[in-house]
Design a binder for this molecule. Structure first.
Ligand SMILES: *[C@@H]1O[C@H](CO)[C@@H](O)[C@H](O)[C@H]1NC(C)=O
Ligand SMILES: *[C@@H]1O[C@H](CO)[C@@H](O)[C@H](O)[C@H]1NC(C)=O
Ligand SMILES: *[C@@H]1O[C@H](CO)[C@@H](O)[C@H](O)[C@H]1NC(C)=O
Ligand SMILES: *[C@@H]1O[C@H](CO)[C@@H](O)[C@H](O)[C@H]1NC(C)=O
Ligand SMILES: *[C@@H]1O[C@H](CO)[C@@H](O)[C@H](O)[C@H]1NC(C)=O
Length: 680
């Protein structure tokens, strides 16, 4: 397919030369050619200084980005009556002439990002008045300052989208956008804006999407753009975000306030349409809007509803589906705060200072949630499906927590200090004896499918810890010294599909995994296993990671089962025996991907423990099987076959591509992609 007939190749070689001559006129290194179709021409990065000649008359889209244009004047610019879209971004443009632009009557989108239009901004601005029909204008990264912008926009009455990121705007004077009243999308991100004069956006009655991200705003006290749908204020220095009072509704749906300096949950009384609110990376210490300090507020459940309406903080947020409060410093999470958010689907309070989950805002030292007498009112159920609480200091979740979240499907509790209770036998969870550390019951949570307990300093799991919870994925990684007795995962035999046990330093006795007949993904990396848990052999594994263990061989018994299902196996960092690599042949014959094979090694015990890369089979001879240790088992099974049929090098077991070990000396030349030699 790749071979090009001689004539075609010649033409391809000549094209750049032809186009190069056309473009530069001088003898220059040959730029790549323009790509042409009747209505579309791209001369991106073609080293051009001026317009290519002989452009087709009907061209509608022209890409001249990443070239060397300096000036755009009528003498250079051919009349392109049909041109609609012109991309001149990343050139060296300093000067644009009006008559030149007037030759493009159909132009509606002009991309001029990364040029130097600030150089002659007065003349350039005058030239822009020729762009009467323009709808999309990109002026990003042109060194423009606040006083230059108004001029550029003065007559662009059709403009809908304006991109001004990466300029040098430091303030937005009143009336700056007066010239383009139909703007609906405005990107002012990545400037130095500290100050927005009253009336700056007044003319923009149709503005729907506004980005002021990556500026230097400290305070927005009376946000009044009621028609706005998307507002991005991330990466500023906002300490205050307030709304203008009034009766007209706000249409805002997306509000990004991440990476600011807010000290409390912003008051959003009229944000009835808000769907997405991002408050991550702020300095919020309390969900109480009237206070910057936690634990100043005592409210009880029955007063909570009136609290919400009177303070108006969360009450209006009935459509909010996604709330990100991660990377703040909340110490209390009063669940009733979220009650009015009837559509809340995803809540993140990751990376905060949470110690307690409480029902309501209350003083810090009340401990009622711990003693099991508090009961969540059924009618107050929250709609949250996915909750991220990782990176806090939570020690226990009260039983009513899961009652309050009857639809919960996924929860990340990584990097906390939780202690799971065991067993769902009877009413009482074992493990939480009086006086002992309070434990959290993870059994009988009706819809929970995804649970992470990574990095919780777990050491011992009790029997039936997760029973009657329909878990599909369970992350128990990075709990150094964890022991998973067989009974711990009881109840998950027919549901669990993904299990992570990475970095637990578990030895063989601590990883007793039962037969999980739905398990597809298993991460056992970073442990001390020299044997794979027997229970695994009945799982239809697709992805298995055993890297960084102490495995000398992979067991044939498991491979027999897995070669049908297994797609990828990570195996580097094990002390495999160079003379017992039959399993590797089997894997390769079954087309299992071995992504880290290039990093894997084996050890030659007969040659003073010399290591060799697994990918290129070690050339040294192997001792007779009876010198080995665990190979004896395999040899005993297969010895008859091997010895009797010296000529038989490979046997294919039951059509599964299983290979039998063979004398090492005969395999020296292998090592390339192994499937090449599977069919004998
Ligand atoms: C571009 O235009 C500017 C201002 O009109 C002029 O000073 C400069 O010489 C021109 N440069 C080229 C390469 O034509
Ligand atoms: C807000 O702007 C930042 C910076 O440009 C960007 O990373 C982020 O995705 C934007 N937020 C939304 C909600 O689009
Ligand atoms: C909120 O913003 C942060 C930082 O900009 C970002 O990483 C995160 O993904 C955003 N959250 C959501 C839910 O989009
Ligand atoms: C449990 O709650 C009850 C009723 O609120 C209270 O009287 C009792 O002191 C609490 N016990 C503990 C150990 O906090
Ligand atoms: C080779 O490694 C084994 C196991 O680690 C060890 O017992 C033995 O002493 C080593 N032999 C040499 C020659 O280093």
């Amino acid at each position: 397919m790749r071979s090009v007939p001689g004539a075609g190749r010649l033409l391809l070689c000549l094209l750049p030369a032809i186009l190069g001559a056309q473009a530069g006129g001088e003898a220059k290194p040959r730029p790549p050619p323009c790509q042409q179709s009747p209505t579309k021409v791209s001369c991106r990065a073609a080293g051009l200084h001026s317009f290519p000649k002989d452009l087709p008359q009907g061209v509608k889209r022209l890409d001249l980005s990443h070239n060397l244009f300096q000036n755009l004047s009528e003498s250079h610019l051919p009349a392109l009556g049909q041109l609609e879209h012109l991309d001149l971004s990343s050139n060296l443009l300093e000067a644009i002439s009006g008559p030149a632009l007037a030759q493009l009557p159909q132009l509606h989108s002009l991309l001029l990002g990364s040029n130097r239009l600030h150089q002659n901004y007065r003349d350039n601005a005058v030239a822009f008045s020729a762009l009467r029909g323009i709808e999309v204008l990109d002026l990003s990264a042109n060194g423009l300052e606040s006083h230059m912008v108004g001029g550029f926009l003065s007559g662009l009455t059709a403009l809908r989208a304006l991109h001004l990121p990466r300029n040098r705007l430091s303030q937005l004077p009143a009336g700056i956008f007066q010239g383009s009243p139909r703007l609906s999308e405005l990107d002012l991100s990545n400037n130095y804006i500290m100050d927005i004069e009253e009336g700056a956006f007044e003319a923009l009655r149709e503005l729907a999407v506004l980005s002021l991200a990556l500026n230097s705003l400290h305070c927005l006290s009376s946000f009044s753009l009621r028609q706005l749908q998307v507002l991005n204020l991330s990466h500023n220095a906002l300490e205050l975000f307030g709304w203008e009072e009034g009766r007209d509704p706000y249409l805002l749906q997306v509000l990004d306030l991440s990476h600011n300096r807010l000290l409390s949950f912003p008051q959003l009384p009229a944000a009835h349409r808000l769907v997405h609110l991002n408050l991550s990376h702020n300095a919020i210490t309390s969900l109480d809007p009237s206070s910057h300090h936690p634990a100043q507020f005592v409210l009880h459940y029955k007063e909570m509803v009136s609290f919400s309406t009177s303070l108006g903080t969360a009450a209006g947020l009935t459509r909010l589906a996604e709330l990100d409060l991660s990377h703040n410093c909340l110490q209390l999470l009063p669940l009733l705060f979220f009650r009015a958010m009837r559509s809340l689907f995803t809540l993140s309070v990751a990376m905060n200072c949470l110690r307690d989950i409480t029902m309501e805002l209350l003083t810090g030292d009340r401990d009622g949630d711990r003693n099991g007498t508090d009961v969540w009112q059924e009618d107050a159920a929250l709609s949250i499906r996915s909750m991220d609480l990782h990176g806090n200091a939570i020690r226990a979740l009260p039983r009513w927590f899961f009652d309050a979240l009857p639809q919960l499907e996924a929860i990340d509790l990584g990097s906390n200090s939780l202690l799971p209770c065991g067993s769902d036998m009877g009413e009482i969870s074992v493990g939480g004896s009086p006086g002992a550390e309070p434990c959290t019951a993870f059994h009988s949570i009706p819809h929970l499918q995804h649970l992470s307990l990574r990095r919780n300093s777990l050491t011992q799991l009790l029997p039936r810890t997760f029973s009657q919870t329909p878990l599909l994925s369970l992350d128990l990684s990075e709990n150094q010294g964890l022991a998973v007795p067989q009974a711990a995962l009881e109840g998950l035999e027919h549901s669990l599909q993904q299990l992570w046990l990475q970095g637990n330093h578990m030895d063989n006795s601590r990883a007793e995994i039962p037969c999980l007949d739905e398990l597809r993904v298993l991460d056992l990396s970073g442990n001390r296993l020299s044997l794979l848990p027997m229970g695994l052999f009945c799982s239809p594994l697709q992805n298995l990671d055993v890297s960084g263990n102490e495995l000398p061989v992979l067991p044939k018994q498991a491979l027999m089962g897995w070669t049908r299902s297994l797609q990828a196996l990570h195996l580097a960092g094990n002390p495999f025996h160079c003379c017992e690599l039959g399993w590797l042949d089997a894997l390769q014959a079954a087309d299992v991907q071995l992504p880290d094979l290039h990093r894997a090694h084996c050890i030659h015990h007969s040659i003073t423990n010399r290591t060799a890369p697994l990918s290129s089979r070690p050339p040294w001879p192997c001792p007779q099987p009876w010198d080995g240790s665990s190979v004896l088992v395999l040899a005993a099974l297969l010895g008859v076959l091997l010895c009797a049929g010296c000529g038989v090098r490979r046997l294919r077991g039951h059509g599964m591509g299983m290979l039998l070990p063979q004398p090492q000396t005969e395999r020296v030349a292998e090592g390339g992609p192994a499937h090449s030699d599977t069919k004998v």
